[in-house]
Design a protein around this ligand. Structure first.
Ligand SMILES: Nc1ncnc2c1ncn2[C@@H]1O[C@H](COP(=O)(O)OP(=O)(O)OP(=O)(O)O)[C@@H](O)[C@H]1O
Ligand SMILES: [Mg+2]
Length: 256
């Protein structure tokens, strides 16, 4: 079976700093994989290498069997690779609906008109509303993104990623910074995503990881430390030593 996404022998240096170390990782179709590891392990860097935000120093990235190592981010997105960001990157002055319509227009290769987003084709608006409905965001459709609670902004990010009709979805801490009163909304959405989409989630909350993932990759100092099922990872004393047992780990993250 052709993997949805496969990276082979990936390395990345920042100057002398070897941040990604010979990483191999496979997402099969419909994968539910979590990528965990201490702060600074290189998780976001790995996602950036997958999406093309960063170029690897060596190694390959394959999307559904095709070598995309030298493809642009836009090209990868067109071929079905979508991501959300650890730091929110929406057009905050535009409405939720406008953000969605822009994404759909871009996906379909239509030049969206920033000044008349409400004048998008009716089919685009209809599809945008469908996406918003499935994420229970319709009531917010006409509000500027910056007026939404942060948790709902993160949901809009997921809606935008889904509007790209991805085959592979990379979620970098989708609930980061979201108060726990709202984070369940995001996690419910993540749990209910199309089972055909291969998903890689970076997440520090181990309850979320163990609930969501069928496979877990542990990254330490840029290299794959181990991978396995949630049961394997829970039972792995070495993983506990380097990661799970770290007291105050999430606090450090929240302030870092
Ligand atoms: N553009 C860059 N230039 C130089 N060093 C970088 C750059 N981006 C990341 N790094 C370094 O690479 C290492 C990995 O960073 P990365 O953000 O990938 O970690 P992470 O696992 O996502 O951490 P966190 O859990 O805190 O989000 C860190 O030491 C970081 O300082
Ligand atoms: Mg990160």
């Amino acid at each position: 079976m052709t993997a949805a996404l496969q990276i082979e022998g990936l390395n990345r240096f920042f100057g002398a700093l070897h941040v990604t170390r010979d990483v191999n990782l496979t997402l099969q179709r419909g994968a539910r994989r979590a990528l965990i590891g201490p702060n600074g392990a290189g998780k976001t860097t790995l996602v950036n290498l997958m999406t093309g935000a960063l170029k690897p120093s060596s190694g390959r990235v394959m999307l559904e069997g095709r070598d995309i190592t030298s493809s642009s981010q836009a090209e990868r997105a067109r071929r079905g690779l979508a991501r959300t960001f650890q730091i929110n990157q929406l057009f905050r002055g535009l409405t939720v609906l406008e953000n969605l319509c822009l994404t759909i227009g871009e996906r379909d290769g239509e030049c969206a008109n920033l000044w008349r987003p409400a004048g998008s084709k009716p089919s685009v608006i209809e599809e945008a509303l469908d996406h918003l409905e499935s994420l229970r965001l319709v009531d917010d459709a006409l509000k500027p993104v910056r007026e939404l609670a942060y948790g709902r902004q993160r949901l809009v990010e997921i809606a935008i990623a889904l509007a790209q009709k991805p085959r592979v979805l990379l979620l970098d801490e989708p609930a980061a910074g979201v108060p726990s009163s709202e984070s369940h909304l995001i996690l419910d959405v993540v749990d209910a995503l199309d089972p055909d989409i291969a998903i890689l989630i970076i997440e520090h909350d181990m309850d979320v990881v163990f609930r969501f993932a069928r496979q877990i990759t542990v990254l330490v100092q840029g290299a794959v430390f181990t991978e396995g099922t949630p049961a394997d990872i829970k039972a792995n004393a070495d993983v506990r030593a380097v990661y799970l047992g770290q007291e105050g780990h999430q606090e450090a993250h929240a302030h870092g």
